[in-house]
Design a protein around this ligand. Structure first.
Ligand code: 0A1
Ligand code: ZN
Length: 861
């Protein structure tokens, strides 16, 4: 907590190398309630010739003793966030002895105690809550860690690297010593102590080494860990095959914990996971859960090279490891299932969340320039737009060129803490290309608009496309430059095979001329979403229909259909649309999609094609968000589609029935289309009956939840009854109940706030558990448009009231949930005022966390 008047931003350009390095760390951690004793012995080495004092970071740390070369030190300066020692030798051993209280650490940063385990989370700056240290990623050290704890309660004592020794003590306690041979920054340190069920497996690496894989889960949950272990082996194999990257230690451990702020953490050799991204079986987890587990397991595993072996010089470079690792996990997922459907999934995240962030007061480049609280920068911009930037490099350099760049990057930088510039230099040097303009993607925030005009000359057969890029000022940056934007195009002519090409837009305006056409071609622009931009092009409705039904590229087909849906919907609101899309056009589109299905049995793509853009994505396409009107129009269109095509939906619904459950692409795709059909059929006369039947017959979570979601969306009478059945069945399983919490919180019912109160007092609700808080409060704020945006401001007030309390316990989670409130600029005046009023209330709170302060103050300035 901080006094708001002294909160200061850090700037990327102020980077200075550390004054000291720490070559070895010898930690001894004695876990006990309420006091845990931490002894740290550091070998400190002055970096160069200077007389600067040694300044260590530390937060909320009672200091017991401090020694230099075994002699107690009495002269030091301590502040709430630092410890300064003047006139230290050039090289010495520093011993620091502190005491901490993990049980009262509700922030879930540093060392904390969950219901039955001790656990750490050190990224970005949590290590300073465990002991005094130079807590920055460019200080790399070799760690030895000894953990002491009661043997009965904590039979497993884990840390990074290899277990080198262990022993018993006379008082029922035991100890284990770990050594990690790889130098690492302190944010990759981890310690876990607890009693778990253990699943074990092995992986034989390409060079023949046998790696022990261990997965630790809550007692009784072993059966739910199998999919995660299988996913880990697939990831290890894939990284060897695609990037020639082999695992380096002899053991790889994953621990699932119930209390975790984020998805998971790539600590060297000892990943800590939110149990949501580990535990799954067919009964309790959906296909989407299975997918997410595979992708998060892969993400953390891939960090072993992109993040751990080569890490970030400073936190402004976060996208160096995150953008690259997200790109790698996206490629992996695409190889494991369908490339097109995965691409659609990635693009939805960008359009729904990243475009919103860039349009808000939190707009920042993928490599931010200014940060108050680093935790606020684990964003869709740094992660997902960061991955888009890596993908553009991949597009421009080709698979082999990209691989050559990666090889050079590791050759140059293995074992180092480096910058995004170093990464781009490796790509540039390996391919002998000039990426200086491309690098602006790292420093420039905002969503570029690419506006395109076409001309066709009947006489000459020349087809001309005039491109213009518009980079408008953002909240954080007034001046913008032209970017290097790869644009994939497809030309479609009647009776000919479509041709594709890559156009590189580098100037403000640029022309592409193609000749030899006998008729005006139809062009599909931005195929595969080749750049994270917004496209403006006066497509005709006929052209969009043609692309949606005939393009060679699955992504372009989907995208054209989405455009037709979007323009139709905006046309129904005061925002309006220049496209005149009629209901007949929509019917033609859907008819075409259904007919096409005869030839193409990609059920997953079909399901995507038949899904309307969600309201959050629609909101990003217009300058003013008419939430009520848009929501109403969307619901009406769904009803229209449901009733016009009920026979088609019913046919596919029965065709796609299957028995048994396996997480295979074929089965997943069938469940996906079937539940989409149910979603529409729920809005017809037979809805209540069909949904109830599916729910009763279902023995897997995908179909049970599909039924509940359909009932919720169509406001069916059976909804409440089915929800009660679900609640009873999963009464003892809060992780599964999160789905139930979220369905209630996103219900567009008139008395939603009373419902939220009930949820918060549910016996499985726990205000200290981020998964619970996100599923009720987060879901309401992000995904209940009518409740959150109620015109009396009650939804906004509800969230602000909750955040005021949450901020004191867990600032990181509070700062994430404030996001929808901070995006007031697109709302009508009345709502914007109400939202600002709540933000002002938050800002007036004494002792607001740095996390919330940064987001709230920016959104009000
Ligand atoms: N590096 C992790 C994400 C992560 C970041 C911060 C955390 O706590 C503050 C936890 C996890 C990843 O990318 O998976
Ligand atoms: Zn990551």
């Amino acid at each position: 907590m901080s006094d708001n008047s002294v909160i200061q931003a850090k700037r990327r350009l102020d980077y200075q190398p550390p004054h000291f390095f720490i070559s070895t760390v010898d930690l001894s951690v004695k876990l006990e309630d309420p006091k845990t004793q931490v002894k740290s012995q550091l070998k400190v080495i002055r970096n160069g010739e200077h007389r600067h004092p040694l300044v260590l970071d530390g937060e909320e740390l009672p200091l017991i003793d401090i020694k230099i070369n075994a002699n107690s030190v009495t002269r030091y300066e301590q502040t709430p966030t630092s410890l300064t020692l003047e006139n230290v030798p050039d090289e010495f051993y520093l011993e620091i002895y502190t005491e901490i209280d993990p049980a009262s650490n509700s922030s879930l940063e540093g060392l904390y105690k969950t219901e039955n385990a001790y656990c750490t989370q050190c990224e970005a700056e949590g290590f300073r809550k465990i002991t005094y240290f130079i807590d920055r990623p460019d200080v790399l050290s070799e760690y030895s860690v000894t953990i002491y704890a009661d043997q009965k309660a904590y039979p497993y004592l884990l840390s990074n690297g290899n277990k080198v020794d262990s022993g018993k003590l006379e008082d029922g306690r035991h100890w284990v010593k770990w050594h990690d041979p790889f130098k690492k920054p302190c944010y990759l340190f981890a310690l876990v102590a607890g009693d778990f069920d253990l699943l074990e497996d092995h992986f034989k690496t390409v060079s023949g080494r046998k790696i022990l894989l261990q997965l630790f889960v809550d007692k009784g949950k072993a059966k739910r860990g199998k999919h995660a272990l299988t996913s880990l082996k697939k990831s290890m194999q894939w990284d060897e095959e695609v990037f020639d990257l082999e695992y380096d230690l002899d053991i790889y451990m994953v621990v699932a914990v119930d209390f975790f702020n984020m998805g998971a953490m790539e600590n060297k050799g000892l990943n800590v996971f939110n149990s949501k991204f580990v535990l799954a079986d067919s009964e309790s987890a959906t296909d989407e859960d299975f997918f997410n587990i595979e992708s998060v397991i892969a993400h953390e595993y891939f960090h072993n090279w992109t993040g751990n072996r080569v890490t970030c010089r400073d936190w402004f470079q976060l996208s160096l490891k995150e953008g690259l690792t997200v790109f790698r996990d996206q490629q992996f997922s695409a190889d494991m299932s369908s490339r097109v459907v995965n691409r659609i999934k990635n693009v939805k995240v960008i359009r729904e969340h990243q475009f919103a962030e860039d349009a808000s007061a939190m707009s920042h480049p993928i490599r931010p320039d200014e940060v108050i609280e680093m935790n606020n920068f684990y964003t869709v911009t740094v992660y997902d737009k960061g991955a888009e930037v890596i993908r553009m490099l991949h597009t421009l350099l080709g698979q082999q060129g990209f691989k050559n760049g990666i090889d050079l990057y590791f050759k140059r930088h293995d074992g180092q803490a480096v910058t995004c510039d170093d990464f781009v230099s490796a790509m540039q040097d390996a391919n002998q290309v000039d990426l200086s303009q491309f690098k602006l993607w790292y420093s420039q925030s905002g969503t570029p608009v690419v506006s395109v005009k076409e001309r066709f000359d009947d006489a000459t057969g020349e087809y001309i496309l005039e491109f213009q890029q518009i980079n408008a000022p953002t909240a954080d940056q007034q001046q913008k430059q032209n970017l290097h934007i790869p644009i994939r195009l497809e030309f479609m002519c009647n009776g000919e095979k479509p041709s594709a090409e890559l156009f590189e837009l580098k100037q403000g305006s640029q022309t592409l001329t193609k000749s030899g056409f006998t008729e005006k071609p139809t062009v599909a622009l931005l195929a595969d979403f080749s750049a994270p931009v917004k496209l403006e092009f006066d497509y005709t409705v006929d052209a969009l229909l043609k692309i949606a039904l005939q393009s060679q590229d699955g992504f372009s087909r989907w995208d054209a259909g989405q455009k037709l849906f979007s323009e139709y919907l905006h046309g129904k609101t005061p925002a309006g649309s220049t496209f005149k899309v009629s209901l007949r056009d929509i019917d033609n589109l859907i008819n075409g999609i259904f007919n096409d299905k005869q030839a193409d049995t990609d059920w997953a793509l079909l399901a995507e094609m038949l899904t309307l853009p969600n309201i959050e994505t629609l909101a990003q396409q217009v300058s003013r968000y008419y939430v009520v009107e848009l929501n109403k129009a969307r619901k009406e269109l769904e009803s229209h589609i449901a009733n016009t095509f009920s026979a088609n939906f019913l046919l596919i619904y029965s065709e796609s029935a299957q028995s048994g459950y396996k997480y295979t692409a074929t089965q997943v795709n069938k469940r996906k289309i079937r539940n989409l059909c149910l979603h529409y059929l729920a809005k017809t006369d037979i809805g209540d009956k069909l949904v109830s039947e599916q729910f009763s017959a279902s023995s897997n979570m995908t179909d049970s939840l599909g039924a509940l979601k359909a009932a919720q969306s169509a406001l069916l009478p059976c909804f409440e009854r089915l929800m009660s059945e679900f609640e009873q069945k999963w009464a003892d399983d809060p992780l599964v109940l999160d789905k139930w919490f979220a369905l209630h919180a996103s219900s567009e019912i008139p008395d939603i706030l009373a419902r939220l109160d009930l949820l918060l007092s549910h016996k499985q609700f726990n205000h200290d558990n981020p998964n619970r808080v996100r599923s009720v409060i987060g879901t309401f704020a992000f995904y209940n448009p009518t409740g959150f945006h109620a015109i009396d401001g009650s939804g906004y007030k509800y969230i602000a009231d909750y955040l005021l309390k949450l901020d004191a316990r867990n600032p990181q989670v509070a700062a994430r949930i404030v996001t929808p409130l901070s995006q007031w600029k697109k709302m009508d005046e009345a709502r914007a005022e109400l939202m600002k009023h709540q933000l002002t209330r938050l800002l007036a709170q004494p002792n607001l966390s740095k996390d919330l302060y940064e987001k709230v103050s920016k959104s009000l300035s």
